[in-house]
Design a protein. Structure first.
Length: 337
């Protein structure tokens, strides 16, 4: 991604001048994954920063992660943390100033480096999952598919919910970045349909491929779905303050509730855990939490409400409710042996 050019010092706004003095005398280095989707997320961050701080020079540093290189089951190598390992190292070593992450890929069962902080969460995108069929397919919805139809997905959460509603389907692991996955779907015809994040498809210009958007009742989202988080070193106070300019307070509240629930459940990367927090029309926080067995036949469900100031307490309460409903045993049963 090209560097966003800076404006001349005479045209800088007061905010841009302030951050120019607070930041190193070079381009602001934003790191993230190499995929089309990661670059689209980074573009959102760059656009948000330059909108509020004209003249800020930003360079995107693409970093290939272990999860991008490995094509097998991520749980065999250590789980979702592999989406962050090399990026964390670059941030720790000072090779980048901040990192862009899709929050659904940030693990909940391992502590994040204490030196880092998520200084900004961008406003949440659509969290619904989408069904995509091969080019020229005669099908347009999941209900059209016959028994035994092959559905591709990389998420155990999606697999469990698909099988819960349609145990007659053949759900297969289908990993990879969004655009290569679509190419495989069309060219190799390994599966009859894919289930992907609708918001991600839109971000890479592929919304025209969406045949069906699944409701939250049909497919509860992943924790952190649709949220771009920007992480930096706590010690870099100027950068923390810069990123806080683009932080969306409502999204931060929702993420706090969801990830508090996730941490309390102690789920691992192979746990089909789903959850979604939103603000109701009357200003209350609503948090849904679900835990599934691998085949979706057994599950625990909880839905509670509280005021926004109690986001942490709400997350902990929903997790406790799920645990009372046998969530820990369900999670233990999903571990690979």
């Amino acid at each position: 991604m090209t560097v966003v050019p800076s404006e001349s010092s005479t045209s800088l706004t007061p905010a841009a001048t302030y951050f120019r003095e607070a930041l190193p005398a070079r381009a602001f280095r934003l790191g993230g994954r190499t995929s089309h989707l990661a670059r689209a997320y980074a573009r959102r961050v760059i656009d948000a920063l330059t909108a509020v701080v004209p003249g800020l020079e930003i360079e995107y540093i693409p970093i290939e992660t272990s999860a991008d290189r490995y094509k097998g089951d991520l749980s065999e190598l250590g789980g979702k943390g592999l989406f962050m390992k090399e990026i964390d190292k670059a941030l720790m070593m000072g090779q980048i100033d901040a990192a862009v992450h899709c929050m659904k890929d940030v693990p909940g069962d391992v502590p994040l480096p204490k030196e880092f902080v998520f200084a900004a969460y961008l406003q949440r995108d659509d969290v619904r999952d989408a069904v995509v069929f091969p080019d020229g397919s005669k099908y347009s919805t999941l209900s059209d598919l016959p028994p035994g139809a092959r559905i591709g997905t990389s998420a155990v959460r999606r697999k469990a919910q698909l099988l819960r509603n349609r145990p007659d389907l053949n759900v297969q692991r289908f990993r990879g970045n969004v655009v290569p996955r679509l190419n495989r779907l069309d060219e190799e015809r390994e599966v009859d349909a894919l289930v992907l994040a609708g918001g991600g498809l839109a971000k890479v210009g592929m919304e025209h491929r969406i045949s069906q958007l699944l409701s939250l009742e049909e497919m509860c989202p992943a924790i952190g779905a649709g949220v771009v988080g920007v992480q930096c070193r706590k010690a870099d106070e100027g950068i923390v303050e810069l990123l806080q300019v683009i932080d969306d307070a409502v999204t931060r509240t929702h993420i706090l509730a969801e990830r508090t629930m996730l941490h309390a459940l102690q789920g691992h990367c192979n746990s089909p855990i789903a959850g979604h927090c939103n603000t109701t029309d009357d200003g209350q926080l609503s948090l849904i939490g679900m835990v599934f067995s691998r085949d979706g036949a057994t599950f625990a469900y909880a839905h509670e409400w509280d005021i926004p100031e109690h986001a942490y307490e709400l997350g902990a309460f929903v997790a406790a409710s799920l645990i009372r409903k046998n969530a820990r045993s369900i999670i233990a049963g999903t571990r690979l042996h």
